[in-house]
Structures are given as C-alpha cells and as structure tokens.
Design a protein around this ligand. Structure first.
Ligand code: C2E
Ligand code: CA
Ligand code: CA
Ligand code: CA
Length: 412
C-alpha cells in the first residue's frame, strides 16, 4: 500500500484513502464460526472491489478492515469530495445488503473514514492513521456512515494523547488524592464516607473525575488507578479503626467495571485488605449497573467470592442503567444508591418523585438499604425520609473534602 501511494508532495490531482471497517463482523465470526466468517469476508471484499469501480486499489489490512486508494480524482477539491461521498454511499449500500451463508441471513454494515492525499498531507503511515481516525468517528456516530478526516480532529487526538500520558504519570508524581464525603442515617448520624478521586494537575489545577475517569477507562489506566484508590482507602480505613472517634465508619469505594473484571481483582482486593489491616466488614464496593450487561453470571460469581471476605456491595447510580430488575434479587447486594439525577431535581418533575419512591419501595421489599445521593436541601431529605429512605449523602450534610477537613469535622 505504501508503495502504491503517490508521494503527496508532487501530486497534482487529489487522491484519497478510504478506511472501511465492517460492523458486526466479529459477532458473526464468534457465534457462527470462522468458516462463516471467512466466507463473509470474501463476499464483503468482492462487494468493496465492485463498488470501488475497477480503477481503485483495494487492500485488506487484516481482520475486517479494508483500505481503498482512489487516484486521479480530478483537479477540483470540491469535485473530488463529491466523488468520494458518492463512493462512500455506494460502499455503504453494498455492505448493508443481506448476506446468505448456508441458509443463514447475516446483516452487516460498514463504518468508513476518508482522507485526502495531496499537498500538505503526510506520508502513507500518517494518511492511514487519519483515515482510521475518521472511521472511528463514523463508529461513534452510530456506524453505517462515513466521515472525512478533519485536522481539528487530529488536534483533539494529540491533546488527548498528551492528557493520557500525564494521567499515566499522575500516580508516581503524587498528584492523585482521595476526598471523602460523609453518609448519614435517618438520625443524621455519620455512618461512613464515600472516597472520591481527585487529580491535582500542576497546570490545569484540580481535574474533575468526570473529565479523566472516562479517559482512564478507555486506556485501561483505571485498573492501576483503581488499585491505588483501593489501597489508599483501605489504609485510611485501617487507621480510623484505631481512633475512638472514627472507628465505626464505613468506607465506600467506586469500582469501575473494567477494574472489577480483571481476573486477579479478588486476589488484589484480598491482598490489600490483609496488608492494610482494614476491616472488610466496613468496606463497601460501589458497582454500577453497566457491569452486569455483559457477563452477569461471571460478575455475580466474583461478587459472591468477595462477599465471603465480608466486603459489602452498593449498586451505584441506580435507575440510570438499562438493566432488567430481574437480576437484582439474585445479586449479593447490601445497598441501592438512588442516582442524584433523580434526587437533585426531585420536586421539579413529578416523575422524579415517582422514581425515587419506587426505588425506595423496591429496595425495602428486597431487604436492601436505600441511600439517596445528591441530597441538597432539608425538604428533599424530609420527603425521602417519609418515603422510607434509610440513608443520605449530599451537600446538605457535607461536600467531598480532603482528609484533614473530614477528620476535623468529625472530631466535632
Ligand atoms: P458518583 O459515584 O455518583 O459520586 C457522586 C458524585 O456526586 C461526586 O462527584 C460527588 O461530589 C457528587 N455529589 C455528591 N453529593 C452531591 C450534591 O448534593 N450535589 C451535587 N451537585 N453533587 C453531589 P465527583 O466527586 O465529581 O465524582 C464524579 C464521579 O466520578 C463519581 O460519581 C464516580 O462515578 C466517579 N469516581 C469518583 N471517584 C472514583 C474512583 O475512585 N473510581 C472510579 N472508578 N470512579 C470514581
Ligand atoms: Ca469491525
Ligand atoms: Ca459512587
Ligand atoms: Ca451517581
């Protein structure tokens, strides 16, 4: 491909590189076997060649990825992009045709990225990356579509890569910290805290978790960061156990699905508990519903093993996921946590009251403690109490604060 690609610098007519990735191929390959997969790839390759119309060079990159090199697109850029749009639409239509393999009907589609080669464009390797980046935009836009590469996209990708490498170093540079937010029971007694991660960046200041946790998840960094959080939270818990003012506190720790699904997660957790001397009965892992979407049975089994250690479980952000309620009573849960998106605007929309009341009922009927997060006013708290809510967390009682502030507040 690199050899076939024209040198962009002395290229007169624009040429374009098209990156095609099949959507849904992996599913067919996994569930109907490699033979069906190979057959499907052959059919799709033929369709791509045909739709590209004779003159273009089509190559398979491997897996279900193809590239098409289209040259001599004419002298005007406007015309060239029109031609590429038409080609992309032809490709999409061809790929979306149903495919019959041994009497089974398969439906795939394609995600397409396009970049132009010409003055100012990079070398073959760079152009391929640009086309691939554009293809990912198509995937994110919901698949079965095409996108042109755009330099602004490139800039975002570069900034993001920088951010990611800084996040990678955050732990060694001692930029991570835990803040703690108190949780109270119906009589306003502090029963525990939730540990919330903070990243203090030397230039950007404190980066909110909503800005870096998604990136940590996409780059798998969340596994080591999450390990640091657990380690730090457990060490803190162990320290509190020896302090008469703080001995009864529980510690809630957020666990990302990726972290929980690591094969060695239980082993790591157990090791941290033993090494720090934390009382596992006071440790509560907050899991979110999306953890149960893929392999609910495996997740339940892991929970069961952790439960044996004495550790508790809360289902976080409850009500925001799409999961069925059927699995709830089969999980070893201790607590349901009503998401703040229902609690904060509680009285603004009648639906929120219905949702909160239903979750509280559901929890009580299943024998689970129900905690509401995002409780900001006394009126909210009182309403929730009347519905039977057991516990509360929110700005009304306290914001997340650094360790020193927490200890000072709790000392009275
Ligand atoms: P979350 O688990 O739902 O945590 C509750 C968030 O709501 C916290 O935001 C907290 O500061 C905020 N909050 C609590 N009470 C109130 C209130 O009354 N009003 C308002 N407006 N906000 C309130 P924060 O600390 O920014 O954390 C955001 C999210 O980041 C967390 O949502 C959690 O999903 C994630 N996160 C935080 N720390 C960790 C961590 O150590 N590991 C993982 N995997 N995720 C974490
Ligand atoms: Ca694919
Ligand atoms: Ca949480
Ligand atoms: Ca939440």
């Amino acid at each position: 491909l690199a050899q076939a690609m024209p040198d962009s610098r002395d290229h007169e007519q624009p040429a374009a590189l098209v990156f095609v990735d099949l959507d849904g191929f992996k599913h067919v390959n996994d569930s109907h076997g490699h033979q069906a997969g190979d057959e499907l790839l052959r059919i799709m390759a033929d369709r791509i060649v045909e739709a590209s119309g004779g003159k273009a060079l089509v190559a398979r990159l491997g897996g279900d990825e193809f590239v098409i090199l289209v040259e001599e697109l004419g002298l005007s850029v406007a015309l060239a992009s029109q031609r590429m749009e038409r080609l992309a639409n032809r490709l999409l239509a061809a790929l979306a045709e149903p495919c019959w393999i041994s009497d089974r009907r398969h439906l795939l589609s394609g995600s397409i990225g396009i970049t132009f080669l010409g003055a100012g464009a990079g070398d073959a390797e760079e152009c391929l990356q640009q086309a691939e980046m554009a293809m990912y935009q198509s995937k994110q836009a919901g698949r079965n579509t095409w996108r042109f590469f755009d330099p602004a996209m490139q800039a975002v990708a570069v900034r993001r890569a920088l951010f990611e490498s800084e996040l990678r170093q955050a732990e060694q540079r001692d930029e991570l910290a835990l803040h703690y937010q108190i949780q109270v029971d119906r009589s306003a007694r502090v029963t525990g805290v939730e540990a919330l991660l903070r990243w203090h960046h030397p230039e950007y200041g404190t980066v909110p978790p909503y800005d870096f946790i998604p990136i940590a998840e996409q780059s798998y960094l969340i596994v080591s960061i999450g390990d640091w959080v657990l380690q730090t939270a457990c060490a803190q818990l162990a320290e509190w156990q020896t302090n008469p003012h703080l001995a009864g506190l529980s510690m809630a720790v957020n666990i990302s699905p990726l972290q929980f699904q690591q094969p060695e997660f239980v082993y790591r957790l157990e090791k941290i508990i033993v090494a720090t001397g934390a009382n596992p009965e006071r440790l509560k892992l907050e899991l979110t519903e999306n953890l149960f979407m893929e392999e609910p049975d495996a997740v339940r089994e892991t929970m069961r093993r952790i439960r044996i250690l004495g550790v508790k479980f809360a289902l976080d952000d409850f009500g925001t996921g799409y999961s069925s309620l059927g699995y709830l009573n089969r999980l070893p849960l201790d607590q349901l946590k009503i998401d703040q998106s229902f609690v904060r605007p509680l009285f603004e929309d009648g639906a929120n009251e219905v949702i909160c009341a239903s979750i509280i009922d559901l929890g009580r009927n299943l024998g689970l403690e129900v905690i509401a997060e995002g409780v900001e006013t006394q009126a909210h708290r009182d309403w929730l109490e009347r519905q039977g809510c057991h516990a509360y967390q929110g700005y009304l009682f306290g914001r997340p604060v650094p360790l020193e502030a927490l200890e000072e507040n709790l000392r009275g």
